[in-house]
Unconditional design. Structure first.
Length: 174
């Protein structure tokens, strides 16, 4: 078990990981659907973008334990480079909302031009993060989250219809 606490001027987030389920073991995500972590077929690829190094490492481990292929980037600029250099399918972008240089929603808009079928989940510990993201029509998960909640949300999003960005969204940052 790993306990990690992140602190900045205004927020503190604590994450607690649990050992990965044994092969074939099922978990119950927050949506109420059963999900098997050792799914059949090719592993799905997630581009993970998080500017906090320890959180990037922790979420990468959670996703790898759930048998996803993970492409990790510590900034939007690095994520754009990783996407350009990766010739395979990227099934999902999991990105922090607020990052230096470029926000998660702006990164998602940029990458969706190259990969229109890629699904988007944005994450934030800021209370207004969900409002910003939901106005774009994409999925959102509030930090902190439990590993089972994250994996459940990802599995749900990967089997749901692709959400397209609306053109009439409200940006709370302006």
């Amino acid at each position: 078990m790993l306990d990690v606490t992140f602190k900045n001027q205004n927020h503190a987030m604590q994450f607690r990981s649990a050992p990965a389920p044994r092969p074939g073991e099922r978990i119950l995500p927050s949506q109420g659907e059963f999900v098997s972590l050792n799914g059949k077929g090719a592993p799905q690829t997630i581009l993970l973008v998080e500017d906090h190094p320890l959180l990037l490492k922790l979420v990468t481990k959670i996703l790898e334990d759930a048998h996803f292929t993970v492409l990790s980037a510590s900034s939007a600029k690095k994520a754009i480079r990783v996407e350009a250099e990766f010739s395979g399918t990227i099934d999902l972008l999991l990105s922090d909302v607020m990052m230096p240089g470029m926000s998660g929603p702006d990164l998602a808009k940029t990458l969706k031009k190259q990969r229109p079928k890629m699904r988007i989940i944005l994450m934030s510990a800021y209370p207004d993060g969900a409002l910003l993201v939901l106005n774009y029509g994409w999925h959102f998960i509030q930090k902190p989250f439990m590993p089972v909640e994250l994996v459940g949300r990802i599995k749900h999003v990967l089997v749901s219809k692709t959400r397209e960005q609306g053109t009439d969204h409200f940006d709370t940052r302006k």
